[in-house]
Design a binder for this molecule. Structure first.
Ligand SMILES: NC(=O)C1=CN([C@@H]2O[C@H](COP(=O)(O)OP(=O)(O)OC[C@H]3O[C@@H](n4cnc5c(N)ncnc54)[C@H](O)[C@@H]3O)[C@@H](O)[C@H]2O)C=CC1
Ligand SMILES: CC(=O)C(=O)O
Ligand SMILES: [Mg+2]
Length: 371
């Protein structure tokens, strides 16, 4: 198969879909890989390394898209990339379609086969191609939150861990999944007072068993959520209903009653966000303020630590990428229901039920597309 690797074009996005080592896995199995010149240069992955792995360097994204049977990316395709997709071409990347009607319409129109990293499931449960980026974003959320609590960044001027004789900050983590656990670990490490909310009591049990009284676990309902949001200095949003738009758990009226200079980090923004007041921001302009509360809603947080993130992402995406290339998408998905769960749009149909429901498309099960 002919594999294409374009350079990412989202704001401050320096990750790359394939490392030279991943390219070597494809070329050693007889696949051709076309890499846009400079695709990984800014994170130390030079064109020469790609060439040494057997890739053919091409000058621009248009050539990559034109040559490839499968395009491998990191972030959802931007409008100019959607316009280059063609019928039957495989797109293997994050998509986050439920909160993004424009991108969904463009992918449907393209006729391409669009496989979303974030809905591929794993034999042990969970979302193994989302997990590494959730680990990164969860950890980063506390760094970002701590920085924005500083006065010069609009925050209330509180040090997360306090100092001897002075109270630490209150950190609330909503969602005790991968993002939540990694956020919690960092907040505990910095000495904050940490509360974590989830609807999954088993998950809270596991956290309690590991972290004991270093973290307070609470079942998430509207009342508890409101009480905790109002007493917190930093709130991390890390909930997920796989494939679907995030539930708006923190309302505008709660935000209005929060402490002045408190900080919200809505990691779930890529699925539309779990705060009613959230809108996606970029690394160039990561925050805005509503009712004296700083909102940090960057939809590609791992892009800021692109080298770490690229290697972590490739570790998780490579095996399914190779299966798609070796077998073609239909056979690879017939052989592996976890990969099939990644099919969101195929040949003009929406094949993921939560996306179809949230955006008002007819749902066409992936099985019916596999022949
Ligand atoms: N902004 C960014 O750069 C990034 C964003 N993300 C996003 O972060 C979000 C979380 O991802 P993961 O932690 O991997 O998901 P996960 O599936 O591991 O965890 C989500 C947790 O949310 C809980 N949850 C669902 N509904 C809830 C509710 N109403 N109240 C309380 N808890 C609820 C679930 O029980 C689960 O424990 C996703 O939207 C993901 O796409 C992930 C990586 C980077
Ligand atoms: C998961 C995601 O949205 C990201 O890594 O950018
Ligand atoms: Mg988007």
């Amino acid at each position: 198969m002919r594999i294409g690797l374009p350079k990412e074009i989202k704001n401050h996005e320096y990750r790359v879909g394939l490392t030279p080592a991943s390219v070597r896995e494809f070329t050693s199995r007889g696949h051709e890989v076309f890499v846009q010149s400079g695709a990984g240069a800014s994170i130390g992955l030079a064109d020469e390394q790609y060439a040494a792995s057997g890739a053919v360097l091409v000058k621009d994204a248009a050539e990559v898209f034109a040559k490839a049977d499968m395009v491998v990316k990191v972030k959802e395709p931007q409008p100019q990339e959607c316009a280059m997709l063609r019928e039957g071409q495989i797109l293997y990347t994050y998509l986050h379609l439920a909160p993004d009607p424009e991108q969904t319409a463009a992918l449907v129109k393209s006729g391409a086969i669009c496989v979303a990293y974030e809905t591929i499931t794993g034999p042990g449960g969970g979302l193994p191609l989302l997990a590494p980026m959730s680990e990164v974003a969860g950890r980063m959320s506390i760094q970002a939150g701590a920085a924005h609590l500083e006065k010069s960044k609009g925050g209330m001027g509180v040090l997360l861990g306090g100092v001897p004789g002075v109270e630490p900050a209150h950190v609330l983590v909503i969602g005790a999944g991968v993002v939540g656990t990694h956020a919690m670990q960092m907040a505990i490490g910095l000495g904050a007072r940490v509360t974590v909310l989830d609807k999954n009591v088993d998950r809270l049990r596991q956290i309690d068993a590991i972290y004991g009284n270093r973290v307070k676990t609470l079942y998430s309902n509207a009342q508890t959520l409101e009480e905790k949001v109002l007493e917190s200095d930093l709130v991390i949003g890390g909930v997920l209903v796989p494939g679907a738009a995030a539930p708006k758990l923190v309302t505008r009226s709660m935000v209005r009653c929060m402490k002045k200079g408190a900080v919200l980090v809505d990691v779930a923004i890529d699925q539309g966000g779990c705060f009613e007041t959230s809108r996606a921001t970029t690394h160039a302009e990561p925050t805005y303020v509503i009712d004296d509360v700083v909102h940090y809603c960057v939809a590609n947080m791992p892009g800021a630590v692109a080298r770490t993130s690229t290697f972590a992402l490739n570790n998780a995406t490579l095996a399914h990428g190779l299966a798609l290339a070796d077998k073609g998408w239909k056979q690879a998905m017939k052989d592996n229901p976890h990969l099939k769960a990644g099919l969101n749009v195929a040949a003009g149909k929406v094949t993921y039920d939560a996306v179809a429901r949230d955006l008002g498309y007819a749902y066409v099960p992936a099985d019916s597309m596999l022949g």
